[in-house]
Design a protein around this ligand. Structure first.
Ligand code: G4P
Length: 538
């Protein structure tokens, strides 16, 4: 019989990630969302956590002192009857392949954009990952209290740079910082007035005026009123209509405007976001589609956080629940070992501390203590075995040739690198014909290189020599018109193989990628690859 709470609990779940470039205001927005949900009394704790993460040395110190990772992976809070899980997508120096992998666990994404800067590099990368999965993407244009770009320009930029059309749900009035008047909500046909100020920890009282109200013109001023009426007409006539199906399939992004720091526009955004997005949806497995409200418990591992303290080899594996009810201590089938295991000591993560959890539902994220058995993409389930699609490998952007300082330690070195690449901490490549000695490590974020060095030293007692290579991109060859060594490539482009023996090309710049495609008709390249477990590769 179905669990009595399952349908209700699933319905009210919303699990999403915020994607943005550093400094767009992700920490601030997250804090404000948590503030509305009452999850934290003092806005500021998310910020403190971010600061604590900032430098590698601090981070490692924290890990050492506590003996277990403090890195959280999701924050949970309630609002308006919904239970919200915000997935943590590390940015800044913490940016790594984990950031991409986390997006695989999200049902939707909020794309945060600084109104003065528009679409920035990191946003583009994260957007692409969301696009791969066709998840709904909601755009929040932030920092409206400051001078920013014309909103029509921003809409055009979304289309030109990201290839997605947008549909503004709200619209800003006055965009030059000092004269920001508020936003117009196209759905309720009301203007919400901006009152200014930094509303650190308090929720703001807002004043709303219907568009038809004769006082509006006086309140915002004739010129702003005229401009607003003109903009509305343009949007109505020339803009894309609001189409929820297109939004939910990731083809159209609804656009909102606000100022996270002054709590302006955050609540109206949150309310609409929650009502438009869906609760966890059915997922495809190798045994067919599994409904979240099915009796069968299923989940998958999307992130493994190694413990930096050598005295504690245990790790933390983060699981996204996809269907059924999770209960502490339950026994589940584990895909990569093919065995039954008991899930003990599960944890859930709030803004700052871990909490033990007894029951959890689809959409929730659970941290499991991992004695070293879990692998990225593992499926856990009750009943007959099923597997969800694995977590792909994402193209690294930093490359280095690594070797042990002491050649006598080559065996440990190889063992360590192999373990770390299995965990998904780094990827490894070799160039054919260069000899068995050369090993190239590729990572998405530079911090991963330092983690590699640190862990090889502390866990395997190997000091490494790292020589940075000039490549910036790697692409997996999906199909090629001729053998790889006969492809017409720029002199700086290098063929290599990944850990599973698949052909890749390493490029120094985007231009070389374009040229490779232009000069070799029939060549197709991919930015992601299936994760293979080729244990004896390196
Ligand atoms: P991030 O997590 O995306 O990196 O961004 P974060 O929230 O840390 O914000 C980056 C900077 O932008 C911070 O300023 C923050 O106060 C500011 N900010 C965030 N939202 C808004 C907004 O709506 N309007 C304006 N004007 N600024 C905003 P800082 O100078 O780095 O820190 P602080 O001194 O303000 O704390």
């Amino acid at each position: 019989m179905a669990h009595p709470e399952l349908a209700r609990e699933t319905e009210r779940r919303r699990t999403f990630a915020i994607i943005s470039h550093p400094d767009a205001g992700k920490t601030t927005l997250t804090e404000k969302l948590l503030l509305y949900g009452g999850a934290i009394r003092q806005a500021g704790s998310v910020k403190a956590r971010k600061a604590a993460h900032h430098a590698l040395s601090d981070w490692m110190d924290i890990e050492k002192q506590r003996g277990i990772s403090v890195t959280s992976s999701a924050m949970q809070f309630d609002f308006d009857g919904y239970r919200i899980n915000i997935l943590d997508t590390p940015g800044h120096q913490d940016f790594s392949e984990d950031t991409y992998r986390t997006l695989v666990a999200a049902d939707s994404a909020v794309m945060l954009i600084d109104c003065a800067k528009g679409v920035e590099a990191q946003t583009v990368k994260l957007f692409k990952v969301c696009r791969l999965r066709s998840i709904p993407i909601f755009t929040f244009v932030n920092k409206l209290d400051r001078a920013g770009r014309d909103p029509f320009d921003l809409m055009q930029e979304l289309e030109d740079v990201l290839g997605i059309r947008s549909c503004p749900v709200s619209w800003p009035i006055g965009l030059n910082g000092t004269d920001f008047k508020g936003v117009y909500h196209r759905d309720t046909r009301e203007v919400e007035l901006y009152s200014g100020g930094r509303h650190g920890q308090t929720q703001v009282e807002v004043q709303r005026i219907p568009l038809e109200d004769p006082s509006l013109c006086r309140v915002i001023g004739q010129s702003y009123y005229d401009k607003l009426m003109e903009d509305i007409e343009l949007l109505d006539v020339a803009g894309d209509p609001f189409d929820l199906d297109k939004i939910l399939s990731g083809q159209l992004t609804p656009m909102f405007f606000g100022s996270a720091i002054s709590n302006f526009g955050v609540e109206p955004f949150l309310k609409r976001f929650l009502s438009y997005t869906k609760s966890p949806t059915p997922r495809e497995s190798d045994q067919g589609i599994i409904d979240p409200e099915s009796d069968k418990f299923t989940g998958f591992i999307f992130k493994i956080q190694a413990n930096m303290n050598p005295a504690h080899r245990d790790r933390l594996a983060f699981m996204r629940i996809c269907s059924g009810v999770f209960e502490k201590g339950m026994t589940v089938w584990h895909s990569s070992s093919g065995k039954q295991i008991a899930l003990k000591q599960p944890q859930q993560f709030m803004a700052q501390e871990h909490e033990a959890v007894d029951t959890a539902y689809p959409g929730d994220i659970i941290g499991l203590f991992d004695p070293g058995i879990f692998r990225l993409g593992d499926t856990l389930c009750t009943g007959a075995p099923v597997r969800y699609q694995g977590i792909p490998l994402f193209a690294p952007e930093f490359f280095a040739r690594v070797s042990p300082e002491d050649s006598m330690k080559r065996k440990q070195f190889m063992k360590g690198v192999d373990q770390l690449s299995q965990e998904g901490a780094v990827q490894t490549f070799k160039r054919p014909g260069i000899g068995r000695e050369e090993l190239i490590v590729g990572v998405v974020g530079v911090l991963q290189m330092e983690v590699l060095e640190h862990r090889l030293k502390t866990e395997y007692q190997v000091d490494v020599i790292r020589e940075t290579l000039p490549y910036k991109h790697v692409r997996w060859i999906e199909s090629s018109p001729r053998p790889v060594d006969r492809l017409r490539l720029t002199s700086t482009t290098v063929p290599a193989v990944d850990r599973a023996g698949r052909d890749v090309l390493m490029f120094e710049n985007e231009w070389s990628i374009r040229l490779a495609l232009e000069n070799n008709e029939g060549l197709t390249l991919k930015e992601t690859a299936d994760r293979e477990t080729a244990d004896e590769m390196i």
